[in-house]
Design a protein around this ligand. Structure first.
Ligand code: COA
Length: 167
């Protein structure tokens, strides 16, 4: 995936960034490709390994700049009250400018609107500070993915508020 635009760490985005659900077949294709490129290809995992059996019942979000998908994330429910976020990935040229934080916020709002009272996720050790900054706490050590990526289970309890702003 080639982008004319890229960012230096901490540089603010001048272009408009949109967080939205993928809708078209082309958007879904690009979305899964980005997931695979970032989360699977570097560990020589086959195409298809970027998906699981919950895709059809999940909430999908993409971050779009100039019509290109530069980031993604997914949420699903494990039970009526517990949701889980997976597959957060930002194109390397667009990191450290707050895109993952925006995606996380949008996913959380959707999950909360659909009844989540607790959100869990399994963070790679390199992503822990992103989630700590957003109110998650580590509760146990996870498995080693592909024999080398350390993971930590994290969770966030959702505070019930009588009045919520709409998304
Ligand atoms: C982890 C990842 C999704 C973060 O995306 P991002 O858009 O760069 O994150 P943000 O810009 O919203 O970061 C928000 C904060 O999280 C923390 N953070 C994010 N990436 C970090 C890193 N590599 N090292 C240390 N802190 C980091 C920082 O505190 C950052 O704020 P700051 O830039 O003002 O210091 C991205 O680096 C990525 O796709 N990594 C590869 C795939 C991956 O590991 N996915 C997560 C699976 S659990």
């Amino acid at each position: 995936m080639k982008f004319m635009l890229s960012l230096k760490p901490g540089q603010k985005l001048k272009s408009d960034i949109k967080i939205k659900e993928p809708k078209t077949a082309q958007e879904y294709k690009e979305y899964f490709k980005l997931r695979w490129k970032i989360l699977r290809e570097p560990w020589a995992q086959p195409k298809g390994s970027e998906k699981d059996n919950k895709e059809n019942e999940s909430y999908h979000k993409i971050a779009v700049i100039n019509n290109k998908i530069v980031g993604c994330g997914r949420g699903h429910f494990n039970s009526g009250k517990q949701a889980q976020i997976r597959y957060m990935a930002i194109h390397e040229k667009f990191r450290r400018s707050g895109i993952a934080t925006k995606l996380l916020d949008s996913l959380e709002r959707t999950l909360i609107d659909n009844g989540a009272e607790e959100i869990i996720l399994k963070s790679r050790s390199s992503a822990i500070s992103l989630y700590l900054n957003n109110g998650y706490k580590i509760f146990k050590k996870g498995d080693l993915l592909f024999g080398e990526i350390e993971h930590f289970w994290m969770k966030k309890k959702i505070k019930k508020s009588p009045i919520r702003n709409s998304v």
